[in-house]
Write a protein that binds this ligand. Structure first.
Ligand SMILES: [Zn+2]
Length: 231
């Protein structure tokens, strides 16, 4: 009888141990699940901002002497601040006055490489336009012809520009030759904020207050796209 009692105790202990282990495993699994859900909920969307040109590449020079590279960077830095206030993560191809490589071709390749590596929900390249006819003005967006997401982002951004900038009535334009649009695997748009060849617009674009206004409009376009893309 004594021997039998020992076996019963051992068996009960074993069962308790198995039950305990299964429960512990279950608790651990649900903890992992929970932390995944929490991190999934709070992971902010990532947006890439690409201020065009920089360093020895000044880009276009305004009729008033303003350099495109400086305007691009200022506007992009303002956009970054505004997006971060809305809990959107931002990465920039450059945050100072520099070029990303020795040559222009290598510089563009590097920008594309960063975009493809970082996989943002949207990449926004900031530029300023120029034209031989000085009367031409206005902000316009370009997207890659074969990208449905790029087209959507381009149209949403153009809407934001047209609604917020007085007298702006341009249409988002498809393009299949710009390197940045062609080689990038994530949705990408180019925002040409205005024409440096138009004196009045060049003066505005060089003005800090207008740069902030422009940044806020681009922020609105980005936020609207993110809200519409389900990401
Ligand atoms: Zn440019």
């Amino acid at each position: 009888m004594k021997e039998k009692g020992k076996y019963v105790v051992a068996a009960v202990l074993l069962i308790c141990l198995i039950v305990f282990c299964l429960n512990a495993g279950g608790v651990l699994r649900s903890k992992i699940q929970k932390s995944r859900e929490v991190s999934g909920e709070t992971a902010p969307p990532l947006v890439l901002l690409d201020p065009g040109h920089g360093g020895i590449d000044a880009g276009k020079t305004g009729i008033n002497g303003a350099k495109e590279k400086d305007i691009n960077l200022n506007i992009a830095l303002y956009i970054k601040k505004l997006l971060e206030k809305e809990k959107i993560s931002v990465i920039m191809t450059r945050a100072e006055d520099c070029r990303l490589a020795e040559t222009q071709v290598e510089d563009l390749k590097e920008r594309v490489r960063i975009m493809n590596e970082e996989q943002p929900v949207l990449a926004v390249s900031i530029h300023q336009n120029s034209y031989h006819d000085e009367s031409v003005r206005g902000a316009q967006v370009f997207y890659y012809s074969d990208s449905a997401k790029g087209k959507k982002a381009g149209e949403i951004m153009q809407n934001a520009l047209n609604e917020n900038l007085e007298g702006n009535g341009k249409e988002a334009k498809a393009n299949r030759s710009y390197y940045i649009l062609k080689k990038t695997e994530v949705p990408v748009i180019i925002v040409e904020c205005g024409f440096l060849s138009n004196y009045e617009e060049a003066e505005k674009l060089a003005d800090e207050e207008y740069q902030q206004t422009m940044a806020d409009v681009v922020r609105e376009g980005i936020v609207n796209y993110i809200g519409n893309s389900g990401s």
